[in-house]
Design a protein around this ligand. Sequence first.
Ligand code: ATP
Ligand code: MG
Length: 437
Amino acid sequence: MRLSRSLIPTIKETPAEAQIVSHRLMLRAGLIRQQSSGIYAWLPAGLRVLHNIANIVRAEQTRAGAQEILMPTIQSADLWRESGRYDAYGPEMLRIRDRHDREMLYGPTNEEMLTAIMRDSVQSYRDLPQMLYQIQWKFRDEVRPRFGVLRGREFYMKDGYSFDLDYASAVSSYRRMMLSYMRIFRDMGVRAIPMRADTGPIGGDLSHEFHILAPTGESGVFYDKAFETIDLGNDTYSYENQADLDAFFDHMTSLYAATDEKHDTVAWSNIPEADRREGRGIEIGQIFYFGTKYSEKMGFAVVGPDGAKIHPEMGSYGIGVSRLTGAIIEASHDDAGIIWPDAVAPFHAAILNLRQGDATTDALCEQAYAGLGDAALYDDRPARAGEKFADADLMGHPWQIIIGPRGAANGMVELKRRRTGERAELSLEDTLAKVRG
Ligand code: ATP
Ligand code: MG
């Protein structure tokens, strides 16, 4: 993308309304704009991050055997009356009436809707197990929306649902999702700590939260230092193998331990003091096993091999996709701006033209841009060098390719790694090879 023709409205001043660093940086880097309390528009660079995160989720969920679907944001109140949650959910649910005075709502989650879809579509035990997910906007009328996209009212969530015939199979679905989640966060370039959790309004008796470590996190987290180097390698554990999933889960539960102020639970005594690490965490995902709660209430049953009815065992699995954009920034920034992990960065590299209008410099910049295409943001604005440096640091591209007239005369550019600040003088060819990795 050429910056001169892009809507990436960076801001120098610190926005007064933003209390924490990720919110400030998302506004300053031109990623989002607030439309009303807790409701944001995603501008081009912000949307690229959102898509990158969603695509990492997709790839690993597919590997774990989940199928993508898309359900509507608007749901009927009657559906939620079937499960008993319409009255139970409280003021966080945005309730709407259509022109025929029918009661609708903007979905805060989708257990009811998918249970109803399955009830309509699946009749035999042969059709199970099934694992389905969507990435869709949710609305929760949070009493105090704050911290930008970390606690919005409208937010983008991956929500997945499993349907199994018996407890053992449901537990293996749960463990498969736990492994998938750990790999998803690894692939985003962040470290996630799993914690045992309460199930809250979803109900059930088995749940884990996943937290990203950042000083501004809402929860206190204690973890085993082994999480800093844990092997989630695709060769170590297979999604298909029941014994692998058990081994993974046992390893995980032998390591994880946490205290979470929200839930007021303290269980970490099993971490030897020398291995114990302490931090603060932002919840980026949560998984639940809740058995037959919804399938029974909503009358969803399949016919078993002996003709008897079986209510499927269910679990649900959430990832805060829009929250992750902010959470990753909380975990990865410095005084100058965002430091995007390579996998989620809106642009892999920025090309900084330090002398717009100088024929040699322009030509080398164009050559760099042609070599990288859409992965690069070409700063071709007629702006001062200082402004370009500051904006590139603010936007947090993993690489900066800095091209000025002196180097350009010899075909040389300067390559800067945003995370380390390392700089090198290289030919354009070597630069492109390095940036392409
Ligand atoms: P929290 O405790 O932070 O309010 P939750 O436990 O109510 O979240 P879940 O029902 O577990 O949320 O939803 C799955 C994921 O969706 C969460 O782990 C979180 O990452 C994300 N999420 C939940 N609420 C919000 C929100 N208001 N804004 C942005 N993301 C959210
Ligand atoms: Mg949660």
